[in-house]
Write a protein that binds this ligand. Structure first.
Ligand code: CLR
Length: 265
C-alpha cells in the first residue's frame, strides 16, 4: 500500500473498487498507531499499577490531605490533572489524521476532550476492590479529596471509574475508545467539521475492527453510553471550576498551571 494518509484513503473507500482486504489492513494499521501512541503516553503499564495496589495512604496521610485548605488542595489537584492532560495531548498528536487538522480545530478538540480522556484513563489507575485511585504515588479513596469541597463531583468521578472497570476493556480497546472520545464532531467551535468527521469515521472503523476481532461487538453500544456520561462529568468539572475561580480568584489566576487555565478557563 502506497497510502500514508489513512483518512483520505478511508474516505475514498466507498468510491473506489478497493478490495476488502486493503480496508482491513488500513484499519489494522490505524489501530496499531493508536495503540502504540496510547502505550507510549500512558505513564504506567497495567502490570506496574497492579504491583502497586498494596500501597495505600495511611490514616495520618489522609488527614494531611483533609487538613489542606480548599485552594491549596485545588491547586495540588490542578497540577496533577494538568500533568495527565499533557500526556493526552501527546497521545492525540499521534492519532493518524489529528495533525492534519488546523491548529484551531486541534485546540477545540483538546479543550473539551482532554479531560474526558483523563477520566477514561483513570479506570486503568483504579482499584475496584477498595474504590481507590492511584494519586501522588499511592492509592487514594474519595475521602482523600474531601478538602476540595466538591463531594458530588468526586463521587460521580469515582462511580464512573468503577463502572468503566466493570467493562473490562483491553488496552487496545481503551486506546481506540480514547481516540474516539477525542475526535468528536459534536464539539463546539470547529472550523472544518468535514475533515474532523473523516478522521472520526476512520477511528470508528478502527474500533469496530478490534471489537469485531475480539468478538465483543456488543460493547460499542455501552461505549457510546459512556461518552454521554463523560460529557456530563466534564460539564460538572467546568461548573466547579467556575465556582472555585469566583471564590478564589487569586489562586485560579496565578497558581493554576497555564495549560489548565488555557484548556478549562
Ligand atoms: C488519571 C489517569 C492519568 C493519571 C492521573 C493523574 C491525576 C489524577 C487522575 C489520573 C484521575 C483523577 C484525579 C487526578 C488528580 C485529581 C483527580 C484523581 C489517575 C480527582 C478526581 C480530583 C479532581 C479535582 C478537580 C475538581 C480539580 O494518566
Amino acid at each position: 500500500l502506497m497510502c500514508t494518509h489513512f483518512t483520505v484513503c478511508l474516505s475514498l473507500y466507498p468510491l473506489l473498487p478497493v478490495p476488502y482486504f486493503s480496508v482491513v489492513s488500513l484499519a489494522h494499521e490505524l489501530c496499531a498507531s493508536i495503540v502504540r501512541s496510547h502505550r507510549e503516553t500512558s505513564q504506567y503499564r497495567v502490570e506496574e499499577l497492579q504491583a502497586l495496589r498494596w500501597k495505600l495512604f495511611s490514616r495520618e496521610e489522609i488527614q494531611t490531605y483533609q487538613n489542606k485548605s480548599v485552594d491549596e488542595m485545588w491547586q495540588h489537584c490542578a497540577i496533577r490533572l494538568t500533568d495527565a492532560v499533557q500526556y493526552v495531548v501527546e497521545f492525540a498528536k499521534h492519532i493518524p489524521g489529528f495533525r492534519m487538522l488546523s491548529q484551531n480545530d486541534q485546540i477545540a478538540l483538546l479543550k473539551t476532550g482532554s479531560m474526558e480522556v483523563v477520566l477514561v484513563r483513570m479506570s486503568r489507575f483504579f482499584n475496584t476492590e477498595n474504590n481507590t485511585v492511584f494519586f501522588d504515588g499511592k492509592f487514594a479513596g474519595a475521602e482523600v479529596f474531601k478538602s476540595l469541597a466538591c463531594g458530588d463531583l468526586i463521587t460521580a468521578v469515582f462511580e464512573f471509574a468503577h463502572n468503566m472497570c466493570a467493562l473490562k476493556l483491553t488496552e487496545h480497546q481503551i486506546a481506540l475508545f480514547s481516540a474516539l472520545v477525542l475526535i468528536n464532531t459534536d464539539r463546539p467551535c470547529l472550523e472544518d467539521r468535514g475533515r474532523v468527521q473523516r478522521v472520526q469515521k476512520s477511528v470508528e472503523l478502527g474500533l469496530t475492527h478490534i471489537l469485531h476481532r475480539d468478538n465483543q461487538e456488543s460493547l460499542m453500544h455501552k461505549l457510546y453510553q459512556k461518552m454521554a456520561e463523560l460529557r456530563s462529568l466534564c460539564s460538572m468539572h467546568m461548573e466547579k471550576l467556575r465556582w472555585f475561580s469566583q471564590r478564589y480568584p487569586l489562586t485560579a489566576h496565578s497558581l493554576f498551571p497555564p495549560l489548565y487555565k488555557e484548556l478549562f478557563a
